[in-house]
Design a protein around this ligand. Structure first.
Ligand code: ATP
Length: 508
């Protein structure tokens, strides 16, 4: 898949210049894979959270919210399997001293072969035109079949080695595939080792009875340990869900992809509790629902795809990723997993408490099964931002950078712009803003020419601009300018709020 490093760099620098995202502790040269959200970034992030929360909690009677603490009892992470198994296989190149995830090296290699197949398929599609039968071609063309067989062999061996924790074989596979370090270009690899991704710290005074505790690597466990509290206090009946938005921390091995892979990030997760046996039906329900949500952000469907897992985690009986085409290629933005009763049963065992749902009709208790939807807030932010970023050449030959953010998510909804800084126009503009600001996030600006102010608002992603001119003083009308079309229309001051309300309504 084509990557676009150049575009990615532009988006990163645009985010900084326009107050969306800053490197953490920048005056000390930053902290690797940690970022701060600036004045407009925090607004966009909050709007995404609200959009998700509403679609989950407000629009579903059977989903309720939770905000559990980041610190949890250390046994939680024993029960969940994170202490023993939340690790990635890592490998170092001895020449460049760069560290990689062994699984990513192998997967990238597989991707290259897949790209070759795809190229071949596209060529054939052009050659055969409308009569082209892709399935038939894939199963009969010798070159494609040979490459597909290669992929299958690599995957089979790789997943089997990981399963057995046979890290020597993972290294052997990397060597046999001839994978080189992208920096040094050599195959001088260290052995593969497992690296646990959880951050730990001490709770209590350091010497006496200090306990090692972890910064949560996912928000889900806070939901599982509160299952009974929530179910009982909110009187929930199965099937029902618990949603949560919060920080998660992972000491990622390779973290150099801006908001895509951070060491401190935010997740928006929902665990949906169902009767055993019904989980696969709910899994496919949530798969479709979540894709609809992504499309409701106004991002074209071809930017998304499902990636069903070949290798299931030990706790899952079905899993898929929704992938988004970031400037760095198609990558996971959300995971949907059918987690069986793994988590609740494990907590039942480790805590010694009964964690069950009582079925009134059958007069018996059972441990519910769980379907999880887990989306990265920061990755969604990056998806929205990279989809919105555009460089346009205008008819008059000039250029503009515009962030075509969906109005519902835009940090600032409307710019209030007096045409000039005198003749009573600023006063009139302030008067209008004083009414609008209680309903919409407004931005007042009177400095610079109106053209420059429009450009700045375009680059910031503000969908509408209200311009107050001399005519406003005569007939109480203003112009409203659309960021994307740049068209302006004249509307009465009294109608601004309602007109904006209609324009900003969520995409359905
Ligand atoms: P990956 O394979 O990319 O490491 P994952 O499969 O480990 O991701 P999950 O554990 O399923 O991810 O987490 C759910 C979601 O949380 C992901 O789809 C992603 O959007 C987000 N996420 C996970 N790790 C990070 C990270 N380091 N930085 C930003 N977002 C993340």
């Amino acid at each position: 898949m084509a990557t676009n490093e150049d575009l990615f760099k532009k988006i990163i620098s645009h985010s900084k210049e326009y107050g969306y995202v800053f490197p953490s502790s920048e005056i000390y040269d930053g902290l690797s894979a940690v970022y701060d959200y600036g004045p407009f970034g925090v607004e966009l992030k909050n709007n995404i959270k609200e959009f998700w929360w509403k679609s989950m909690v407000q629009y579903h009677e059977n989903i309720v919210g939770l905000d559990s603490a980041i610190f949890m009892h250390p046994t939680v992470w024993k029960a969940s399997g994170h202490v023993d198994a939340f690790s990635d296989p890592m490998i170092d190149n001895k020449d460049s001293k760069k560290r990689y995830r062994a699984d990513v090296l192998v997967e990238d290699n597989v991707q290259k072969i897949e790209d070759k197949i795809q190229k071949e398929v596209e060529k054939a599609r052009q050659r055969f035109g409308e009569t082209f039968d892709e399935q038939m071609y894939r199963t009969t063309n010798p070159r494609v079949m040979e490459n597909q067989a290669k992929i299958d062999t690599i995957k089979k061996r790789f997943y089997a080695s990981l399963e057995k924790n046979d890290l020597a074989d993972v290294k052997a596979l990397i060597e046999e595939l001839g994978i080189v370090c992208p920096v040094s270009g050599t195959k001088n690899w260290t052995d593969v080792r497992q690296f646990n991704l959880m951050f730990s710290t001490q709770m209590g005074s350091v010497n006496e009875d200090a306990n090692e505790i972890f910064l949560r690597p996912e928000t889900a466990q806070g939901i599982f340990v509160n299952f009974l509290n929530v179910q009982k206090s909110a009187r929930m009946k199965i099937p029902f869900g618990i949603a949560q938005i919060g920080k998660a921390f992972r000491n990622e091995i390779v973290a150099r992809q801006f908001l895509f892979r951070m060491r401190e990030f935010e997740q928006m997760e929902m665990q949906f509790f169902v009767k055993p046996g019904e989980e696969l039906e709910w899994f496919s329900y949530w798969k479709q629902e979540r894709m609809k949500w992504h499309l409701s952000l106004g991002i074209p469907a071809e930017k998304y795809r499902f990636h069903d897992h070949d290798k299931l985690a030990h706790y899952a009986n079905a899993a898929t990723d929704i992938e988004f085409e970031f400037p760095i290629g198609f990558k996971e933005i959300e995971g949907i997993h059918s987690r069986t009763d793994f988590d609740l049963s494990a907590h039942q065992k480790f805590s010694g408490r009964k964690i069950q749902y009582f079925d009134q009709e059958k007069n018996e208790g059972f441990v519910p099964y769980v379907v999880e939807t887990s989306i990265g807030l920061d990755r969604t932010f990056l998806a929205v931002l990279s989809n919105a970023y555009r460089e346009e050449k205008l008819e008059d030959g000039s250029e503009r950078v515009v962030l075509s953010l969906p109005a519902i998510l835009a940090p600032i909804k409307v710019a209030i712009l007096p045409l000039i800084k005198k003749d009573g126009l600023p006063e009139k503009a302030r008067e209008i803003m004083d009414v609008l600001k209680y309903r919409y996030r407004c931005f007042y600006e009177e400095k610079d020419t109106i053209g420059r102010r429009y450009r700045r608002m375009d680059a910031l992603g503000t969908p509408y601009g209200i311009t107050i001119d001399h005519q406003t003083l005569q007939d109480n009308t203003v112009t409203i300018r659309d960021r994307d079309t740049m068209l302006q229309e004249r509307i009465p001051v009294d109608g601004i709020s309602e007109i904006l309300g209609k324009k900003i309504a969520p995409i359905s």
